[in-house]
Design a protein around this ligand. Structure first.
Ligand SMILES: *Cc1c(COP(=O)(O)O)cnc(C)c1O
Length: 388
């Protein structure tokens, strides 16, 4: 189990991003945490070792990343996984057959697929509710409810869940609140401050930020719950390799610098789009036209770089998607480079069409992940793509 260094919590977010969880390497004093490419550790004698026995259980590069991200989220324990999806899968192993989980209706498509195909077969039961209304969480609770899982803002509809209200509803039912904080990152949103019990990330996205690895992280405050998840991490073994941990650790060092720029570019692009296609078709929590703008302002310190725009038809969406040059047509998000995608046929293709229609994910929707390039170039790129 990797626990934070307590003194890391005394510094500000930027200092934590750069230093938390890392100490100069003892052999030569290397300032950068080495990539510990090893499967095992030489022991001094029977039962005598430096706390490292086998690299599925612990690796010093992974330890550093786990401490770093735990400190960024104001958690006490961190656990790294091979992907965001492996992280959710391992979290769900805290529960057992017959247990009931309430899940946000517009969670990440892969989370929905994992629940509805694999985990349901193993006896977990799921109810999907619109968590924008905490009363619906309360109404869906049963005596078997063990957890409420929410994502805020959601992808691609940018629904916002009031985390304090969700925590209250979950706790009243004796359930845990689990929050996917991938979109907002700890720079803009701190779920633990609102009562979350487990916070998780696809580190593939903003935390790493450079589109060069796949990973996940779970952060916790409670020691007993952390013991249980640490056991699962080792017993299930869905761990990331040390080089991926090192890449993510390099990424988090600039998280506090990148996020304000994603946010600035996001706001400017959203305003430009709203002027161009009408404010009701641009979905961005930072726009006053967003139905939950006020809640977003209260709960988040920034809105980030994710924007969804409805262009009406699949043909019009395709026209725009194929004409951008800086915004690359690709899945994923949160990297320094700007991306554009078509949720209905890409990220949300695993969600059945009737369900997509029910949620409001249309064929005309285009999703932008605004990177950290120069805003003038991003707007010029969109201007070219939107020209008919
Ligand atoms: C990408 C993503 C995931 C899944 O993470 P992987 O690293 O792709 O497995 C989960 N939640 C959100 C919000 C995501 O964007």
């Amino acid at each position: 189990m990797t626990r934070i260094f307590d003194d890391d919590l005394q510094s500000g977010l930027g200092t934590r991003a750069i230093h938390a969880g890392q100490r100069p390497e003892p052999l030569a004093g290397a300032i950068m945490t080495p990539v510990y490419l090893t499967s095992t550790y030489v022991q001094e004698g029977l039962g005598k070792n430096k706390g490292f026995e086998y690299a599925r259980s612990r690796n010093p590069t992974r330890d550093a990343l786990e401490r770093n991200v735990a400190a960024l989220e104001d958690g006490r324990h961190g656990f790294a996984f091979a992907s965001g999806t492996a992280c959710v899968d391992s979290i769900m192993k805290l529960f057992q057959s017959g247990d009931h989980i309430i899940c946000g209706q517009n969670v990440y498509g892969g989370t929905f697929r994992l629940f509805n195909t694999l985990l349901q077969k193993l006896g977990l039961t799921f109810t999907y509710v619109d968590t924008r209304d905490a009363q619906r969480i309360a109404d869906a609770c049963t005596p078997r409810t063990v957890a409420v899982l929410v994502e805020t803002p959601t992808n691609p509809l940018m629904w916002i869940t009031d985390l304090s209200a969700a925590a209250e509803a979950a706790h009243r039912a004796g359930a845990l609140l689990i929050v996917d904080n991938t979109f907002a990152t700890p720079v803009f949103q701190r779920p633990f401050a609102h009562g979350a019990d487990i916070v998780f990330h696809s580190t593939t996205k903003y935390l790493n930020g450079h589109s060069d690895m796949i990973g996940g992280m779970a952060l916790l405050r409670d020691d007993d719950l952390a013991d249980r998840l640490g056991f699962i991490q080792n017993a299930s073994g869905a761990i990331p390799g040390p080089f991926d941990c090192w890449l993510a650790l390099r990424g988090t060092k600039t998280l506090h610098l990148r996020m304000p720029r994603h946010d600035e570019n996001g706001r400017r692009v959203a305003a430009w789009l709203a002027e161009r296609v009408g404010t009701e078709r641009v979905i961005y929590p930072g726009l006053p036209s967003h139905p939950q703008h006020e809640l977003a302002c209260r709960q988040m310190r920034g809105f980030g770089g994710m924007i969804t725009v409805d262009l009406g038809t699949r043909d019009r969406a395709a026209q725009v998607l194929e004409r951008t040059r800086i915004f690359s047509l690709a899945e994923s998000l949160g990297g320094v480079e700007s991306l554009i995608s078509h949720p209905a046929s890409m990220t949300h293709a695993s969600v059945p069409p009737e369900r997509r229609a029910e949620l409001g994910i249309t064929e005309g929707m285009v999703r932008l992940s605004c990177g950290v390039e120069d805003i003038g170039d991003l707007i010029a790129d969109l201007d070219h793509a939107f020209a008919t």
